[in-house]
Ligand binder design. Structure first.
Ligand code: GLC
Length: 779
């Protein structure tokens, strides 16, 4: 499909610009060889579209009307048509070359006028030799993609985003593919694709930042100046040319604008932000009970236990293995009474079995993907021969949503969607397997990258309908916008130092790509963890929005008490820290609902002008106020930390430090270097074993000298009542004269804190709160 010559020359073939007309706010452009259009979505966001396949967007990422119908005007220029918004100038030339400027006329982004300069084509003979030796065939080289946009490199561009890619934070000089891939090998920097396809990146250079979202679900390609330093490009095998130029005054603005388009992570249930334990596989209720009891006995906080595939009857989804797990739901309810919440795994592959209700229902209603000849398509997953629900069909999504009731009725509190790239053990599904795209027939090539996305949507909707609480969904495969329905983890990593190191830039880039509620398998999924690696991994896990220890069958068991007293102590310390910081984390989620900014952030997000932050792979911000610089090297007991401009406080020693410099921090195994920005107010919970164990009446505020305002939210942490105003918002204001004022900004939740304990310069003081305001003179 990639070699479709007619389309390959698509943009070039459009030829000279002829005329334009504006209909319903869209600028329709006519070229000698075809049509194109420009749509001003907001003053910062402009869509560029060529209907190669279809005249509609058919976006899976963008839900609802996002065109704000803002003011714009169109002017004929010398050899271009100019579209002017409040904040952008868009110039359209012959061949549908499009350049973007800010309103002052500074160039932001220009199409590359030359031809791609391919690297030398590889001879067939050479390919044969490589294959004979067992290497992979080299990637195609020497032809344009069916749909393709090449942009000029202006100078010192850095690139961020692109979802869950391996490798370093700044993607300049690397290339990637978007094709959801379950590759069980140890992930390396050379991987082009993992489980998620987020065709969005941010370009940053001096005095310029913008994003591009290429909304195309086919296999797509991103070359960020690897082929040639003079340009970067994105392209795909098929589909429309459909991309959004996303401007903004700074990087946070670009992220806000991107998530305005594709959606933001909704507020989760508070328990889900606690700690999770998983293992493939706990094979019986006795095993799970023992793990749960051990956590309580050892005084390690934990909220959630995950049931991997063994809880099912023969890996049939929406069934229960009664032999090993007892009466369905009994164990779930027993655990719930002790404060544990249960999350169950669900794979999309439905076992071929005439005696199995899910298979029978799907066959009866024609819900499974088919071969072009009209037979139900069969491949293999955990249960053996399996068929694939056609999630692009709204009726199938409804059916799948209704299936969630089975789990909800058992008391299950979250659903973990796995293997939804979709994975298949007998080779990848052929591109022409027939799927549905809403009302029309489609195929695997078009629907592959959105399969997990649509499955997550169905799961979210089902949980919302039957459970009524905020759905807790985890997914492995994603497309842009999946954050609206699900949290996600980075899939099957391994217990390797390389993978711990990689987790930081990987999660930072996911965050910039709208995927906010994310985590890695703490300790590593495959291979055998060492006590040291686990001790360091929990220090990253503590700050990962999804904090779950998970490991694979055949690898060392990974519960923290199996590695000696020292590891256990370190592990406990960081889980306790996580629970202490829960209100801060929850507040970050309250904010991200509104602005889409990630929880775990690369420093460059807030310090984009600081060259030192552009390539920082070994540290991150937890919200804007806490900087975390974990040790991710075996044997290291010191960490080189970069502190950006401003005043910072060492979290452990409370030492005051001036930023804009590197420092070397002593970091023995039990220490994860953390710094807090001057003027920060960090809310802390009292010790607890799980969310809901104690009612927090007394909130501690950890106050760092300086000036700042912080908003803290409080609600029932479970359902949607907050949308009807059932929440409290406390505004905490710290001024230069060392006065802290707490004021109720919004009062809608019945449980108002009775006390505030203020920690300031080593002093702790408890104050009664009258439900309205409190002023404390700190000095
Ligand atoms: C996949 C998942 C992993 C899970 C396993 C068994 O490999 O990524 O997390 O444990 O399947 O269900």
């Amino acid at each position: 499909m990639r070699r479709d010559k007619a389309v390959t020359e698509g943009i070039t073939m459009l030829g000279r610009r002829k005329g334009y007309e504006i209909r319903e706010g869209i600028v329709y452009l006519t070229f000698e060889g075809g049509q194109g259009r420009i749509e001003v979505m907001t003053e910062d966001i402009v869509n560029v579209f060529v209907p190669y396949e279809d005249s509609a967007h058919r976006s899976k990422a963008i839900v609802g009307e996002k065109n704000k119908h803002v003011w714009f005007e169109v002017k004929e220029g010398l050899d271009y048509l100019e579209i002017i918004t409040e904040r952008l100038l868009v110039r359209v030339y012959d061949r549908f070359m499009v350049d973007f400027y800010d309103r002052e006329g500074h160039l932001l982004c220009a199409d590359y006028r030359g031809n791609r300069e391919f690297t030398t084509p590889i001879s067939e003979k050479f390919v044969e030799i490589l294959l004979a030796e067992g290497h992979e065939a080299p990637r195609d080289n020497g032809e344009n993609y069916a749909v393709q946009v090449v942009k000029r490199m202006e100078g010192d561009e850095c690139f961020y985003g692109l979802g869950d890619k391996t490798g370093v934070l700044n993607k300049r000089h690397y290339d990637y593919e978007m094709w959801n891939t379950d590759n069980p090998q140890a992930h390396t920097d050379a991987f082009k694709a993992l489980y998620k396809s987020i065709p969005f990146f941010i370009t940053l250079r001096e005095n310029c930042v913008y994003g591009i979202f290429f909304d195309n679900t086919y296999k797509s390609y991103f070359d960020m100046g690897k082929e040639r330093d003079g340009y970067f490009l994105f392209g795909s095998d098929a589909g429309n040319l459909d991309y959004y130029f996303i401007g903004g005054s700074n990087m946070p603005d670009v992220v806000k604008n991107y998530t305005y388009l594709t959606g933001r992570a909704p507020l989760p249930q508070l328990f889900s932000l606690g700690y999770h334990q998983s293992r493939w596989g706990y094979e019986s209720s006795a095993e799970i009970r023992a793990v749960a009891e051990k956590y309580r006995a050892l005084d390690i906080p934990i909220d959630t236990i995950h049931f991997d595939i063994d809880y099912m009857d023969g890996f049939r989804v929406f069934t229960w293995n009664e032999k090993e797990f007892g009466e369905p739901g009994k164990l779930v309810k027993e655990l719930e009474k002790k404060g544990f919440k249960v999350v169950c795994i669900i794979d999309p592959g439905v076992k071929v079995d005439e005696d199995y209700y899910v298979y029978r229902e799907g066959v009866e209603h024609d819900y499974f993907a088919k071969t072009p000849e009209g037979e139900i398509y069969v491949n293999e997953v955990w249960p053996g021969d399996a068929v694939y629900p056609d999630f692009g069909n709204p009726n199938v999504r409804q059916w799948w949503a209704d299936k969630q009731k089975y789990l909800v009725d058992l008391g299950v509190r979250g659903v973990w969607n796995d293997m939804n790239e979709p994975a298949s053990f007998r080779g990848e599904l052929p591109q022409d397997v027939v799927f549905t795209d809403e009302e029309r027939t489609s195929n695997h090539a078009a629907m592959h990258n959105v399969y997990g996305h649509l499955m997550s949507q169905a799961t979210y909707e089902g949980l919302k309908k039957y459970d009524k609480r905020r759905p807790f969904v985890i997914t492995r495969a994603c497309y842009a916008g999946t954050q609206k329905y699900s949290t996600m983890w980075t899939g099957d990593n391994q217990s390797l130092w390389d993978h711990l190191r990689m987790a930081i830039p990987q999660m930072c880039n996911m965050g910039l790509s709208g995927l906010v509620y994310i985590g890695t398998d703490v300790g590593g999924f495959g291979a055998d963890v060492t006590p040291e690696l686990l001790s360091r991994w929990v220090q990253v896990g503590c700050f990962s929005p999804l904090f779950r220890n998970h490991s694979s069958k055949g690898s060392t068991r990974q519960e923290p008490w199996l590695f000696g007293e020292k590891t256990l102590e370190i592990y406990r310390k960081y889980i306790q820290l996580r629970y202490k910081l829960l209100p801060y984390l929850y507040d970050l989620f309250c904010e991200t609902q509104k602005d889409g900014l990630p929880v775990l952030r690369p420093l460059v997000l807030h310090y984009e002008k600081d060259p030192e932050c552009k390539n920082l792979n070994g540290e991150f911000l937890f919200g804007e106020d806490i900087l975390v610089a974990p040790v991710v090297e075996q044997g290291a007991t010191k960490k080189l930390v970069y502190l950006p401009e401003g005043t910072w406080y060492d979290y452990d020693t409370r030492e005051k430090l001036t930023g804009g410099r590197y420092l070397i921090k002593d970091a023995p195994l039990e220490v994860c270097p953390m710094y807090v920005k001057a003027g920060s107010i960090i809310p802390n919970y009292p010790p607890m074993h799980y969310v809901g164990e104690v009612e927090v009446e007394n909130l501690t505020l950890d106050v760092y000298p300086g000036e700042g305002t912080y908003i803290h939210y409080q609600d029932n942490g479970e359902d949607f009542a907050y949308e009807q105003g059932e929440y409290n918002a406390y505004e905490c204001k710290l001024t230069k004269d060392e006065t802290l004022t707490i004021r109720m900004l919004h009062k809608g939740y019945k449980k108002v804190y009775r006390y505030f304990t203020i920690c300031y310069k080593g002093q702790k003081q408890k104050f009664e709160f009258n439900g309205e305001s409190l002023t404390v003179w700190l000095s």
